[in-house]
Ligand binder design. Sequence first.
Ligand code: HEM
Length: 463
Amino acid sequence: SLPRAPWPRLPLIGNLFFLHHTPTVASLTDVLRRLHAVHGPVQASHLHRLPWHRALVNMGSTFAHRPTSWYTGLNSHGVNSATYGSRWGRLRRNLCSHLAGEHVAGVLRSSSGRLVKNLESAAGKNGGDVVTPSGTFRHAVFGFFAALCFGEGVEEDKLGSLRGLHAEIISLIVELDAFNLVPVFVQVVCYFPRWRKLMRAQRRHHVLVTDIISARRRRREEGVGCDVAEPRCYVDTLLGLGLGEDEMVSLCWEYMNASVKTTTTALEWIMARLVLHQQKLRDDIARQASGDHTCGERRRRPFVEAVVLEALRLHPPAHYLLAHTTDKDVTLDKHVIPKGSIVNFDVASIGRDATLWAEPSVFRPDRFMGGGEGFDVHCTTGCGGGGGPETMKMIPFGAGRRVCPGAGSFVEELVRRFKWIPVDSKVGTDVDMTEKPGIITEMRRWNPKGYFGCTGLISPGKK
Ligand code: HEM
């Protein structure tokens, strides 16, 4: 009763290996899409089993487990790798309450202030008003999450080193991603030098982060600011939980790793799409500001929110969730999923499903406005839009027990507050919206040039 699987399946090697010339995690996306076209939406292979997305909610606790891996590196003590149980619950509640704290808006304000200044100075250096914002923009997102994680006031050089180490470790992990698809002896022989490099980079990361945590601990002990009474940054909340050093470093790694690339990628897709809808956006912001935001009985959804949702539907940064597993054999529709199978969900295909969305490949924010098939759809449950309580229409952040704790608020908040409104007709010329597959699916090239206003509405024709 297993779903159909591609042939052949060899012990140790599996079968996905044969479906692509370079077996990397990035190439899995292509492979799985081809399998989807041939075998339908539920597929079994030696490596992956893809059951209906309904499993995430209706059988939430059964599918909330994570598979164990022989090597988890810096993720070993994170929320995402924690076994579904009391430790996971405690860490997740701590993260959620930190992210829901009022201080987040304050940090966002100061980060956006810095971003505006940096953009202005970049424009000044250019001798004109045209800014290529991608570098400044990535720097701002990293700075924002670093301030939330470690508190404001960490020295710039330490943050610079941390950013460099994150980039180095991630690129080594991506280079090593074939680890998942080849037998252990091949991994050891072929990848040993890179493996050693990774170990060294992780050690440097450990030293740097423990140094930042120690400074924060001393601050707390000395009672500087009001941090003892009211924890402000993530590290403060972790210090309050009495965790060990390795656990704290791992949780900080997870925080920065889970937030920066996903948010930056989502924002790049949003900004690239947003430029095409500038006039409507300006009109809508003006209407909202003048208080004319009612549509019948309901409050009208701001157009900027519709742009964000449409970008997340069509361009979810993660095309698959993190791997899930089950704690018992389960029957899902006509299929039996054996206990311990690795289960994943094809996020991108759900958002592009032609049975749920009219012309799914067209970017049309209006579908999230009144009367559209996406009206009322919520991006953390995937439901709404007249699809019935069990129809998930998009799950860019996952759904159910393991739904992303950083979902929703950040992207929407960042877009709302930054009000990045390019007002130059050249914007878009340096943007290539084909996808660059990977663990996070980025745009092939995001390098728009134009005027970017970050504070409030920019009227047409004005910088
Ligand atoms: C646009 C931004 C983001 C996107 C698209 C995104 C997407 C996702 C997805 C798809 C998952 C997997 C859910 C599953 O396996 O079922 C996830 C999990 C997770 N995300 Fe995010 N995420 C974003 C931002 C953030 C931020 C800002 C944070 C925290 C600061 C965060 C922390 C986490 C954590 C800790 C998990 C694991 C949750 C668990 O296992 O219980 N994410 N995210």
